[in-house]
Every structure is written in structure tokens, then in C-alpha cells.
Design a binder for this molecule. Structure first.
Ligand code: 1GP
Length: 240
């Protein structure tokens, strides 16, 4: 089965998915083994690898190191084309549809083609929406785009739906890494009601309770990164 088919099957069965996001810029090689052992013992179903600003080569080395210690699928969540490596299993091919910077809507994707065409990566087109969360996050800074306002629910819903109608396979509601406020449940549920494709939610989720609240509101897959970087004890609450 493809990675995408598995995500769709889980959605159909109401099985919730958790991705642990690892930033190659922050994970030290000597810590990979102990970190991944905790991931393996947790309810996590996916590993995402990516960051806003990562030096060339770091991502590939990290993916190789992670692969040695887990059977979980590894999906690239790249901030830039240099993070593409076919050592991973798949890639979220993100278009930042909340913004109006052509580079992040289509430009980087054109650049990526030469790196993708000979790879075996499963490419999953993903509509990526940055939602305002109380402080400037690195997505906003790097992409030079404005996040959508939390109160503009109709715009958030219609942007998500436009992504689906364009043929995107996933919608990702992003509050930004280390966000002060995670995406609010009412935003998640309003988007969910209009969407047929699976919904990813991430940014600022720090506890099991916040994760469960995102699931309850309609997220099919939740992404958590910073909370594990800050305190690996969160894994204790997320044991299988
Ligand atoms: C960031 O959505 C992901 O792109 C995860 O965010 O690091 O805040 O968990 P956190």
C-alpha cells in the first residue's frame, strides 16, 4: 500500500495518526538512537523530517540514521529543495496556499523536479495553510507571507477547499513550529466539515490533551515537534 492510501484508510476507519517532526538542524546525531527508541514505543505512526533552514546534507544523514532504528514511514517535510533526499519514503510536496508568494506556491516546486524525477519518493501534494498564532513563526519569516487570521474562518475553510479542488491530496493547517496557540478546535472542525481529503494539524501542540482535542475536532493526523525537543517526557504520556 502507498503511504497516502494508508492515511486515507486510517481516516476511513477513524484511526488517528501522530507524526513526530524531527528538525535536522536541532537533532544531534548522537541522540538519534535514544530518541527513536522512544518514538518506537509511542503511539506515533509517522516520522516527519524537515525544518525551515537546514544545511545541505544534514537531512539525508539524519534520515539514514533514523531508518536504521525504525520501521515507521519517514516523510520529508521540507522547508527548501535542498532537503530532498530519496533515502526517505515520501515527501509532502507542500504548496503554501495561505500565502501569495509565487516561490512557495509553485516556484520551489519547479526547482524540485530535477531532484525528484529519478527518486522513488512517494510524492504527496499537500495544501499548506499558515494560520496566525500570536507570534511570528519561521514559516512566515522564511516564506515572506502573511498567515491567515484566526478569525477569518471562512477564508481558511475556502482556502482548504480550493486546495482540495486543485487536486491536492492532504490539507495541513499549520500554526508554526513552537506556536503560542495551536490551531483552535473550531477552525479544525469547520475545515473538516467541508473537506473530503485527510486533514493534518500541527504547530504549538504540547500535550496529549491538546493532541486529543485536535483529533476530536477532526484532525486525521497531528504533528508534534517542539514539545519533544523541549521535553522528551511527553513520550511517557504517549506510550503504546
Ligand atoms: C511545525 O507543525 C509542525 O511545522 C510542528 O510544530 O514544532 O510546534 O510541534 P511544533
Amino acid at each position: 500500500n502507498s503511504l497516502y492510501q494508508n492515511i486515507k484508510d486510517s481516516k476511513a476507519k477513524g484511526e488517528k495518526l501522530l507524526a513526530v517532526l524531527i528538525d535536522p538542524d536541532k537533532m544531534k546525531p548522537q541522540n538519534v538512537l535514544s530518541f527513536i527508541e522512544k518514538v518506537n514505543q509511542s503511539v506515533a505512526t509517522h516520522i516527519f523530517v524537515g525544518g525551515s533552514e537546514v544545511d545541505e546534507g544534514l537531512t539525508e544523514n539524519l534520515v539514514i540514521a533514523i531508518k536504521k532504528h525504525t520501521h515507521l514511514p519517514i516523510l520529508l517535510f521540507p522547508g527548501d529543495v535542498i532537503q530532498i533526499t530519496d533515502k526517505a519514503d515520501g515527501i509532502l510536496f507542500l504548496s503554501l496556499i495561505s500565502g501569495r508568494n509565487p516561490d512557495y506556491l509553485i516556484g520551489k516546486h519547479v526547482e524540485a523536479v530535477s531532484r525528484l524525477k529519478n527518486s522513488n519518493l512517494e510524492i504527496i501534494p499537500t495544501g499548506y495553510l499558515l494560520i496566525e498564532n500570536g507570534k511570528q513563526t519561521s514559516v512566515e519569516r522564511v516564506s515572506k507571507t502573511q498567515p491567515l487570521k484566526r478569525k477569518s474562518i471562512e477564508t481558511i475553510v475556502d482556502t482548504s477547499k480550493a486546495g482540495e479542488l486543485l487536486g491536492m491530496k492532504l490539507i495541513y493547517l499549520e500554526a508554526g513550529s513552537g506556536a503560542t496557540h495551536a490551531i483552535e478546535p473550531n477552525i479544525i472542525s469547520e475545515v473538516k466539515q467541508q473537506l473530503n481529503i485527510p486533514l493534518i494539524v500541527g504547530g504549538g501542540i504540547r500535550t496529549k490533551a491538546e493532541m486529543d482535542s485536535a483529533f476530536k475536532a477532526g484532525a486525521d493526523l497531528v504533528v508534534i515537534g517542539t514539545a519533544f525537543e523541549d521535553d522528551e517526557d511527553l513520550f511517557n504520556d504517549l506510550k503504546k
